[in-house]
Write a protein that binds this ligand. Sequence first.
Ligand code: ADP
Length: 267
Amino acid sequence: RRDSHWQMQVAAMGSDRRLVHLVDRSRSAAAEKMRVDFVANASHELRTPLASLLGFIETLEDDAGADPALRARFLGVMAGEARRMQRLVVDLLSLSRIESDKDRLPTATIDLAAITRTVVDELRRSDPDRGADLEIDCAHAIPPITGDRAQMSQLLHNLVGNAMKYGRAGTPVTVRLEPGDAGDVTLTVADRGDGIPPEHLPRLTERFYRVDSGRSRALGGTGLGLAIVKHIAERHRGRLVITSAPGEGTTVTVHFPAVQADPPTLS
Ligand code: ADP
């Protein structure tokens, strides 16, 4: 049917055998659009700080370079723009690495509680003020799960980092680990910030999707943090759920399955 999203591809295989291949055209068209949008968005995100850097370089080359106070101020702004580009490139590379790994399931056995403690310590050190509001709630023994240590650490960094950024200063950020009945583990990161209006929730894990772009940029966000979290959770066969009550706060949970007895097979 012409109006169908499905396209049947028939290829001859030998004289009497045929391979019938169904391709979901709507899905591949959507994937292609996502790819094109992604390249456009990434280029735009890099172009803005780059234009600003070039502007400052030109100004410094002219008269402003002679004034030491102005020069120092401009260099400070330039360093900020360069760091913004660096964060973006680091996140872009992480995303592409995680995506290229996606069909290879992690094989190591990891201790999520130990990784959580390490990440929380790192975040406390990097931001002592807000870090004082971080609480770990881990009352029970947490069973080992199958995972990639570095990726799990990144998932925690992104989620706890967001809760610190978007939560209100002085209010707690809680990181909870709970064992399930079957060796599974649930991670919960909760803050008491302004929350997220419900219409945004379904799109938060899209690359470069932000509720408030100005606020995200001012806080050093790249707009890729939750896209990275989603890909890491998927690679670990985890289930990611984001809930939020505007005015009260946001809660992100990731449920990880138990260690598989047999090596997992990809479906
Ligand atoms: P960013 O680098 O902008 O923080 P993310 O992908 O991590 O990018 O998050 C996407 C958007 O989701 C953010 O810009 C912000 O608007 C919103 N968001 C993420 N976490 C929270 C949170 N804990 N509370 C409120 N809003 C959040």
